[in-house]
Design a protein around this ligand. Structure first.
Ligand SMILES: *Cc1c(COP(=O)(O)O)cnc(C)c1O
Length: 349
């Protein structure tokens, strides 16, 4: 097999493709018109995820970005403000959608070294009721954050000042199940210990869970009703969406526990790169490994040289990121580690 035509793709867990069995589940899905609310497969998925994660209602949406944006628009109005970590996807990677479409401004906060927010910073970020200030309405946290698991105690600590001041709380749980699986035990019980701190939660099915499309947004009935309005406004009212919901449902049946394999592969990869000259590789964080080239080794050159040898990753900020997922076997992991080691040992131009 040609390594470059069949690369090991570690750029993201979004590159996962539906398996044959998932495609079969999609092909046989019973469908209706979800804008009329009568797609049985969508309805079943929404009810199932709401039950599993302890919420009254859920909404199937096109993407994680659309899910977060529906949440922001449902929680906040024009002139309102949301508080989030400065590295949070909702602030850094969603095109400023809250500002563009909602007239909602972000209030970013610094992260501590472990990715958590300091509750004192959250407290200080809540503005007094004064016409000089935007109205602080919402706290958004993320778990996992850059692959790092944020412990339930830290979620409780950061959300406490928000509750005290009457803010709503939203969790961007794009990789909620990675966080839930990381501690071992029942993943759904672990997921609920995370989600119980929030009024709304977004979960992606198109990342490590391996579905081609889709996220689910959870919250109260009233909140989900409001989010449903915004989903339509955003052009996200899909019709026979059951073919997509079937993939997400299949992922819940078959791809949750196996996330532990991705975490094991990430740990194996990080261990194999330990001590490679030219690269400072951190410990695996759930399904991700970050490596920082030493001064003199240009990240972009490294990304290109690895790609030329059939290993794809992202890089240049200035860390390289390698993400493990269901399209990457243990043998692929070993091969990828070997390639990285060889490329760095050969030196980088
Ligand atoms: C990927 C991701 C999203 C957005 O999901 P898309 O489906 O790509 O829009 C949101 N939050 C986090 C933390 C993510 O990793």
């Amino acid at each position: 097999m040609n390594d470059v035509d069949h690369p090991i793709d570690l750029r993201s867990d979004t590159v996962t493709r539906p398996t044959d069995a998932m495609r079969a589940a999609m092909a046989h899905a019973e469908v209706g018109d979800d804008v009329f609310g009568d797609d049985p497969t969508v309805n079943a998925l929404q009810e199932r995820v709401a039950d599993l994660l302890g919420f009254p209602a859920a909404l199937f949406v096109s993407s994680g970005t659309q899910s977060n944006l529906c949440a922001l628009l449902a929680h906040c109005g024009r002139g309102d403000e949301y508080v989030a970590g400065a590295d949070a996807h909702i602030f850094t990677h969603e095109g400023g959608g809250a500002s563009v479409l909602g007239g909602i401004q972000p209030q970013p906060l610094p992260h501590r070294a472990d990715g958590t927010l300091d509750p004192a910073d959250v407290e200080a970020a809540v503005k007094p009721d004064d016409p000089h200030f935007a109205r602080t309405r919402l706290l958004c946290l993320e778990n996992t954050l850059g692959g790092a698991v944020i412990a339930p105690e830290d979620l409780a600590a950061a959300t406490a000042p928000a509750r005290k001041h009457g803010l709503a709380t939203h969790l961007d749980g794009a990789r909620l199940f990675n966080a839930a699986v990381a501690g071992g035990g029942d993943p759904y019980a672990a997921a609920r210990r995370i989600t119980e701190h929030f009024d709304s939660v977004s979960v992606c099915f198109s990342k490590g869970l391996g579905a081609p499309v889709g996220s689910v947004l959870l919250g109260s009935r009233e909140f989900v009703g409001e989010a449903r309005r915004w989903r339509k406004v955003l052009g996200g009212g899909l019709r026979q969406a059951g073919v997509l919901a079937a993939a997400a449902s299949y992922a819940l049946d078959h791809h949750v526990e196996r996330l532990a394999e991705d975490h094991a592969n990430a740990a194996l990869f990080a261990g194999a790169l330990d001590g490679v000259p030219g690269l400072e590789t951190g410990a695996a964080r759930t399904n991700m490994v970050f490596a920082r080239p030493v001064p003199g080794v240009a990240p972009r050159d490294l990304v290109e040289r690895l790609a030329a040898r059939g290993v794809l990753c992202t890089g240049g900020r200035p860390r390289l990121r390698f993400v493990f997922h269901l399209g990457v076997s243990r043998a692929d992991t070993e091969r990828a580690a070997r390639v990285v080691r060889e490329v760095l040992t050969e030196g980088v131009a």
